[in-house]
Design a binder for this molecule. Structure first.
Ligand code: PMP
Ligand code: GLN
Length: 393
């Protein structure tokens, strides 16, 4: 045997478990924006801080020895605060012990839910444009994705096509309302129709409601939390990152009936186990002190949306004001006939503005669609800088 120094050094052959996946468009665009010094209205995150009182509470809990593992399901005061919020907003009585789980952001809420529910060969229905994190996790489970396009221009559910894919093999339907990237929202009538469509199927629902508190023009978010029939077969996911301008904290939660929660926690305890302790205590305190925060958030973001819409009015971009989320879709068809990813890559290089194309949310993007997404969770100066550059198109 040769001495160790002369043994060949080579890793065994690698077979990707996610061969179709590259780096997400959000990361690509944020990296490009940093390299090029572009205005970053691409990836969805605020360029301002969480409220000062919330940051002060984090510092306080760091000093109160809240620095070791939190309970696997989440710190009790936070689960209680979430239960109180669910009651207040949606009339749902959820048990903090058996039905609420704190997760590492909305992302883990979604991933752990899919991993807990989907067996190899199960069908999972996505409504597209669909947020990019759903499909890869279904793939890891060996599930089969069935995509149903949302209608245009309203991004509503195409009930006929949905009925066409739902069946005995459907394990899960994933719905996202308010919807990224379109800002569309499901109505109470939609939820009734959804309940009827699912009644004779074995399908669970995963409701991605991370933008639940950003709904505009007097519209109210209609949560699956408030629909008893759907809630009985659903996991509802939310994110404190969105609600408290703290996307970097990666903290969210899931609400689901006890048997579903029990399966979800089996996965959660091995994916992340427990979530950053001082953040959980700080958010729990803040929710108790400032229950009005969520009620004031729509006006805050609506003003930002209105500012962006007004700033873009003189441009050649066309848009219908977003009804929800902190994203605004713009139609660039009057400016360019390039497909959206090419257009967005050209835009950041030539005009210094990062925008997100819609086609990465789709397996089959409508060929003539010319839409990109701008994030308006930005300081007024950032919105003005983006608009000034976009006006030159
Ligand atoms: N779902 C949707 C629709 C999102 O847009 C995002 C993040 N922007 C997430 C889930 C993930 O949330 P988080 O950042 O809390 O992981
Ligand atoms: N959800 C954010 C968006 O839509 C992106 C988060 C991420 O980069 N994973 O922009």
């Amino acid at each position: 045997m040769p001495p160790a120094a002369e043994l060949p050094v080579a890793a065994p052959p690698l077979r990707s478990r996610l061969p179709k996946v590259g780096t997400t468009i959000f990361t690509v665009m944020s990296q490009l924006a940093a390299e090029l010094g572009a205005v970053n209205t691409g990836q969805g995150f605020p360029d301002f801080d969480p409220p000062e009182r919330l940051r002060e509470l984090v510092r306080r809990h760091l000093g109160l020895h809240h620095n070791q593992y939190a309970p696997m399901a989440g710190a009790a005061p936070l689960r209680e605060a979430i239960a109180a919020k669910l009651k207040r907003h949606y009339g749902r009585s959820a048990s903090p012990d058996a039905e609420i789980t704190v997760t590492c952001g909305g992302t883990e809420a979604l991933s752990s839910s899919i991993l807990a529910l989907v067996h190899a060969g199960d069908e999972v229905v996505l409504l597209e444009p669909a947020y990019d994190s759903y499909e890869p996790i279904v793939d890891l489970c060996g599930g089969v994705v069935r995509r149903v396009p949302l209608t245009r221009p309203d991004f509503g559910i195409d009930w006929q096509r949905l009925a066409g894919v739902l069946g005995d093999r459907t394990r899960l339907l994933i719905v996202n309302s308010p919807h990224n990237p379109s800002g569309a929202c499901l109505s109470a009538a939609d939820l009734d129709r959804l309940a009827a469509a699912l009644r004779d199927t074995p399908a669970f629902v995963l409701a991605d409601e991370v933008y639940e508190h950003m709904v505009f023009d007097g519209l109210r978010h209609v949560s699956l939390n408030g629909h008893a029939e759907l809630a009985a077969r659903s996991i509802v996911a939310s994110s404190f990152g969105k609600t408290y301008h703290a996307t970097g904290w990666k903290i969210g939660y899931c609400v689901a009936p006890a048997p579903l929660t029990s399966e979800l926690r089996k996965v959660h305890q091995f994916v992340t186990f427990a979530i950053a302790t001082p953040l959980q205590y700080a958010i729990a305190d803040f929710m108790g002190e400032h229950p009005e925060w969520e009620d004031e958030l729509p006006a805050f973001y609506q003003a930002k949306r209105d500012r962006l819409v007004a700033l873009l009015r003189p441009s050649r971009l066309r848009l219908a004001p977003a009804r929800a989320t902190y994203f605004q879709l713009v139609d660039y068809g009057a400016v360019s006939d390039l497909p959206d990813t090419e257009f967005a890559l050209g835009l950041i290089r030539s005009h210094g503005v990062a925008a997100i194309p819609v086609s990465p949310f789709c397996a089959a993007p409508p060929p003539r669609e010319r839409l990109v997404r701008l994030c308006f969770a930005k300081e007024d100066a950032t919105l003005a800088a983006a608009a000034e550059r976009l006006a030159r198109l």
